[in-house]
Write a protein that binds this ligand. Structure first.
Ligand SMILES: Cc1cc2nc3c(=O)[nH]c(=O)nc-3n(C[C@H](O)[C@H](O)[C@H](O)COP(=O)(O)OP(=O)(O)OC[C@H]3O[C@@H](n4cnc5c(N)ncnc54)[C@H](O)[C@@H]3O)c2cc1C
Length: 409
């Protein structure tokens, strides 16, 4: 069998891999993009933060990919205090199948070679890599990109899987809306959002949160918590109670409900310092690299951004030395680029995480205090809204909240 070849092999066609393929193909590179599933309903809330739709304007450009624009978020504290924030700039909620199609279609249009096969093994050979797919096909590539998500096979083969302390466990349901447009059976829901509103609930003594995200025709419900902190049964019970609260105290008919579960990288503070994302002939991007917000679990922005940074690094390395053997130089500058662009902020989020979920602020549970202050002060509401849509730096979050809090007391 004759091996096919590409300059760069990208394993995984989620937002990270497909966006990178699209950038590289548009710049004239020979890219092979592998994914056995193509565009699929990956377990996810599908919330695309404001910062992502601002920096990657193409996401909202085409109206053929339906999404919901969200202008309001209701937060519920562990002590049942509530606040509803109206966002200056909305964020978008997509079905993941739709979002992944949007990005994959762009990559194919730009000229990337999409191979609907999984990569089942790879090994080094002179001048690059040899890859085998689960369909029994062989490929050769000079450079390898791992964009295959939190359970990354590429990462496992190159440097090992994430340890338990670096992961969160998430469960959820996608629940289709009834045709009459109401959210629940009989249209009843005791604390539910309108179909345009996001709800976030912080349970007591819990490192994580519950959410309800409206999508076109569907509400996505979920719960995420540090892996190992709660059993799967405990998480499912919390989730079921949360969901049934929206539907008059009982779960909707099973025909409308589909369950999902998956892990999210939420790196421990100690893991950031030596986080390895590149090596001889390879880089990792997106979840495979560990790039998700440790407090919120939000990773779609970092998937796009890390892909973009590696594409920039490759373009600049090519320009500066004019040779085609620039992959290694690009990998080296990528390490600096991601740390500068978002690495330090995510590291700071890991530092803040214990305080965010378990700390105290003015003598109260931190999340309860935030919500109480937000109810009283517009400035606090603005900061919280910005934090929820990815527009507020964690490095300055505490200082900014304190400044506003003094004005309340
Ligand atoms: C329950 C849950 C809710 C979430 N909610 C949000 C949210 O609302 N907002 C947000 O920003 N983030 C959210 N996240 C995180 C978000 O889903 C990820 O950060 C994001 O999908 C990362 O994109 P990626 O392209 O790096 O990886 P992925 O989207 O995981 O894509 C990886 C791709 O690699 C493919 N693949 C895997 N193995 C192979 C192989 N061997 N060969 C070829 N292909 C392979 C897979 O099929 C997949 O398509 C959530 C995560 C979970 C689990």
């Amino acid at each position: 069998m004759q091996a096919r070849s590409a300059e760069i092999a990208i394993i995984g066609a989620g937002p990270a891999g497909a966006h990178l393929a699209s950038r590289l193909a548009a710049e004239g590179r020979d890219v092979a993009l592998f994914d056995p599933k193509g565009a699929w309903e990956k377990p996810c809330g599908g919330g695309v933060p404001t910062r992502a739709i601002r920096e990657f304007a193409f996401i909202l450009e085409s109206s053929s990919y339906p999404r919901k624009l969200v202008h309001q978020i209701t937060m519920i504290s562990p002590l049942e205090r509530r606040v509803t924030l109206t966002l200056d700039r909305p964020f978008a909620v997509y079905s993941r199948q739709v979002l992944n199609s949007l990005v994959l279609d762009r990559a194919i249009e730009a000229g990337a070679n999409f191979i609907r096969e999984g990569v089942s093994s790879f090994s080094r050979e002179t001048g690059g890599w040899s890859l085998f797919t689960d369909a029994g096909n062989q490929w050769r590539a000079r450079f390898l990109v791992g964009a295959d998500g939190a359970a990354s096979f590429t990462r496992r083969r190159l440097i090992g899987i994430f340890p338990k302390r670096d992961l969160a466990l998430a469960f959820g349901y996608n629940i289709t809306n009834q045709e009459n447009g109401s959210n629940g059976d009989n249209g009843a829901h005791d604390c539910g959002p309108s179909t345009d509103e996001v709800v976030v609930r912080f349970p007591k003594e819990f490192t994580g949160y519950l959410w309800a995200f409206p999508r076109p025709g569907v509400v996505n419900f979920g719960v995420a918590s540090k892996l190992g902190e709660r059993t799967s049964d405990e998480l499912r019970t919390l989730l079921n109670n949360f969901v049934s609260g929206f539907y008059g105290g009982r779960m909707p008919d099973s025909g409308r409900v589909s369950f999902f579960g998956a892990k999210i990288p939420t790196l421990d503070l100690a893991s950031w310092k030596d986080l390895q994302t590149t090596g001889e002939g390879w880089v990792l991007i997106g979840d495979a690299a560990g790039f998700a917000d440790p407090i919120t679990g939000e990773g779609i922005y970092y998937a796009f951004k890390s892909a973009d940074l590696f594409a920039d690094a490759l373009r600049d390395a090519q320009t500066s030395n004019g040779s085609s053997s620039t992959h290694q130089a690009a990998a080296a500058s990528y390490k600096t680029l991601w740390r500068d662009a978002f690495g330090r902020d995510l590291e700071h989020a890991s530092f803040r995480l214990p305080h965010f979920y378990h700390g105290r602020f003015f003598g109260r549970i931190f999340t309860d205090a935030m919500i109480m202050l937000a109810r009283r002060h517009r400035g606090v509401r603005t900061i919280l809204g910005r934090a929820l849509v990815g527009e507020q730096s964690y490095v300055t979050l505490k200082r900014d909240l304190l400044r506003r809090a003094w004005q309340v007391f």
